[in-house]
Design a protein around this ligand. Structure first.
Ligand SMILES: C[S@@+](CC[C@H](N)C(=O)[O-])C[C@H]1O[C@@H](n2cnc3c(N)ncnc32)[C@H](O)[C@@H]1O
Length: 190
């Protein structure tokens, strides 16, 4: 599987000079969005497509957090032993409805064809008025170079994605645009 193979050099590539700088900017922008959350030490968080655990490291330490990913090899590299990890597919999450206060979903949407099915499943496991921090790879020029790296990705127009999440019961709280991502902090309305 593509991600099992990629897990061998994923963290190394993320720490190289240029990629490291781009991802550092993205992580800072995510932290800025997290400032909009109410201060709730009892937050239960699900990090969807956690990979090697990048986003879990950005969250306040006292949050109870679970990371899921469909690549077991990526999860094996997520060495943060205080967190719980589950090997599963995002479109079939093994959790009851309304289980989490906050979902983070960073760097996944560009690999998912059926964005409606994804938003429905995320909506299901989130409590009402819970938050979803989600990123897309926007249709600006730089992302097109990723096709040359052999990535099969779905670039998305942020305005169309806004229509998608509104139709699936979310409202916009705040957003950021970085070189490669548009990042949205959403609240579940219905
Ligand atoms: C670009 S990485 C992002 C990882 C992490 N969120 C980060 O910020 O570094 C994308 C991850 O999505 C996972 N993934 C792709 N499709 C998935 C799916 N349908 N269900 C669960 N995980 C998936 C891959 O295994 C990979 O670890």
């Amino acid at each position: 599987m593509f991600w099992d193979f990629k897990s061998k050099f994923y963290d190394f590539a993320r720490n190289t000079l240029v990629i490291g700088w781009i991802l550092g900017e993205e992580n800072q922008a995510i932290k800025n969005l997290l400032f909009f959350l109410p201060e709730r030490p009892d937050f239960k968080v699900l990090d969807v497509a956690t990979g090697t655990g990048n986003v879990l490291k950005l969250l306040p330490k006292n949050y109870f957090a679970v990371g899921i990913d469909k690549s077991f090899s990526m999860l094996k590299k997520a060495k943060n032993t205080e967190k719980t990890f589950v090997n599963c597919d995002t479109l079939r999450l093994p959790f009851s409805s309304s289980s989490f206060n906050l979902l983070t979903c960073v760097g996944l949407v560009e690999y998912v064809f059926d964005v409606e099915a994804l938003l429905k499943e995320l909506n299901r496991v989130l409590i009402k008025n819970g938050f979803l921090l989600i990123t897309i790879s926007h249709t600006r020029k730089l992302n097109f170079f990723r096709f040359f790296l052999g990535e099969k990705i779905f670039l998305r127009n942020p305005l169309i994605f806004e229509k998608n999440f509104k139709e699936n019961g979310f409202k916009l709280v705040a957003k950021n645009t970085t070189l490669l991502q548009t990042q949205f902090l959403l609240e579940k309305e219905t």
